[in-house]
Design a protein around this ligand. Structure first.
Ligand code: CA
Length: 509
């Protein structure tokens, strides 16, 4: 009798137990954070102890490639598991079609509590989350208005006071501690604005690196010889394209309150005074611009790292850490003065590589590194797989779950397809698509009908294209065949998608 009782009790408990055991997913996401500004990735210019902790306790991916190196499109790929020509968001400034299938919707259906907190950047109001609280558009670094739903279910915009990186973290912690349905596993997208342009540090770090010289990248003085016309015609150089606003040579952010303004001016006032007195010219001026730019960028990163630490501490203290997968990534890579640039967009390594760190206690071997080619195209599939949810056939990536367990499938991808569309557009980077196998890379600037081929083994900085070089005849024809194969496999149309016509603005009376 006793045995039957416990058997029946077991049957009753079984479904709820297995549901409780499904892991929580904490997706930590930043904007424009280059892997080479994370010490676990070998940064020579900063230290990021909390990101490093994820690498030490989890897995670091060396080759996580973004399919289109720009903000909104990368986010749309992550939500849908599809390339941009299929999810409709192929360049910034469009409106994401929130009616389409996304992984948060599927996780919600499968019994996950879901939330999106921080930078959304897809114009349309987030769909498919139990809770959202998002920056409006790009959002400012200080005192951000944020969009959420009030008790009546109406979307409202609420203004906040403080540093945005801290505020987004406060909100993420509040949801984890107080607001989520604790009977369910959770999936939280905790997404920062930082370290996006124009790199406004928080009050704590306005003077970090003062008096120090950050090492310059090897290619700061790149002259673009050895590449096609595209690299010559861009508009993203540290030397010529950073604005006084970017360089903090103007009056500072216009939305600071009096107390914030005082701290800001106390930090930049004396530095700017010294700069004006020095009257730098030529190369010395470019060196100064690099220092100002990179220090502000890294100051913003430091606040992200601090805040990640707060969240990791909470996971430890609450006991959630053990059954929570923590993912750290950023929407694309970024130029830290490499090739003389800031910004992203190119298929070159610095902007192609996304940081990807994953910690999952008892599943991932601590301190492991993976060199397989993975992508933001795989994130949705991975999250669904982790939760035991069926991956829709229309999604185009692959779950990296086997990789996390240290077992790469024999048929894992060997080649990766890339496509950038935003020309004409900011920073004047020509449209291009291409293919890479991690060692060689073929890029086609199709508006210019110009090709580049790089041998990353011999030329890791991608300074000299070997396209048309007879030594690379076989490599070139193999990559071309792979490019054709992938374009067919992913159903890339011959003609680029066209943005919908803009609605005329209502005339002012
Ligand atoms: Ca971005």
């Amino acid at each position: 009798m006793k045995r039957i009782f416990f058997f029946l009790l077991g049957l009753l408990l079984l479904p709820s137990l297995s549901a409780a055991q499904r892991p929580n997913i904490l997706f930590v996401f930043t904007d424009d954070h280059a892997a080479h500004a994370i010490s676990a990735y070998g940064s020579k210019i900063n230290t990021t102890p909390h990101m490093d902790r994820l690498a030490k306790e989890g897995m670091l991916f060396e080759k996580c490639y973004v399919s289109n190196s720009i903000c909104g499109p990368s986010r749309a790929v992550i939500l849908t598991g599809k390339y941009n020509h299929l999810n409709g968001y192929f360049r910034n400034g469009l409106t994401f079609d929130g009616a389409q299938m996304t992984f948060p919707k599927l996780l919600g259906k499968a019994g996950y509590a879901t939330a999106m907190i921080g930078k959304w950047h897809l114009k349309s109001t987030p769909t498919g989350f139990d809770y959202f609280d998002v920056l409006v558009g790009q959002g400012p670094y200080y005192n951000p208005p944020m969009k959420t739903t009030n008790a009546d279910g109406n979307v409202v915009t609420v203004k906040h006071t403080g540093y945005t990186t801290d505020i987004i973290t406060d909100k993420a912690l509040a949801w984890l501690k107080n607001d989520r349905d604790t009977s369910k596993p959770f999936m939280l997208m905790y997404q920062h604005k930082a370290p996006h342009r124009n790199w406004q540090p928080g009050p704590k770090y306005l003077n970090m690196f003062d008096g120090e010289t950050i090492p310059e990248p090897e290619t700061l003085w790149d002259d673009y010889e050895g590449r096609t016309s595209a690299a010559h015609k861009q508009a993203m150089t540290v030397a010529r394209h950073l604005s006084p606003n970017d360089l903090k040579l103007n009056a500072g952010p216009n939305n600071l309150n009096a107390a914030q303004k005082k701290i800001w001016d106390a930090a930049y006032g004396p530095k700017n005074e010294a700069f004006r007195k020095a009257n730098l010219q030529g190369r010395e001026l470019v060196k100064w611009k690099y220092q100002r730019y990179i220090k502000d960028y890294l100051r913003c990163v430091q606040s992200v790292d601090d805040n990640l630490g707060r969240v990791l501490d909470y996971l430890d203290a609450s006991g959630l850490a053990k059954n929570t997968i923590v993912i750290y990534s950023s929407d694309q890579g970024w130029y830290l003065g490499d090739h003389g640039w800031y910004d992203k967009r190119w298929m070159y390594e610095e902007s192609l590589i996304m940081p990807l760190l994953v910690r999952w206690p008892d599943v991932i071997k601590p301190g492991s590194r993976n060199t397989d080619i993975v992508s933001n195209l795989d994130f949705a599939e991975t999250f669904l797989d982790i939760a035991g949810v069926k991956i829709p056939a229309a999604m185009q990536g692959h779950s990296i779950l086997p990789l996390l367990k240290g077992r790469t499938p024999k048929d894992w991808r060997t080649h990766f397809y890339y496509h950038y569309y935003e020309f004409p557009g900011a920073h004047s980077v020509a449209r291009h698509y291409g293919v890479t196998n991690g060692r060689h890379k073929l890029i086609y600037f199709y508006q210019n009908d110009e090709w580049e081929l790089f041998d990353l083994g011999k030329d890791p900085n991608e300074l000299t294209s070997v396209y048309g070089n007879s030594d690379y005849k076989k490599v070139q024809s193999d990559l071309l065949a792979q490019l054709k194969r992938l374009r067919a496999q992913y159903k890339v149309p011959e003609q680029d998608p066209v943005p919908p016509p803009r609605k005329p603005r209502p005339k002012k009376k």
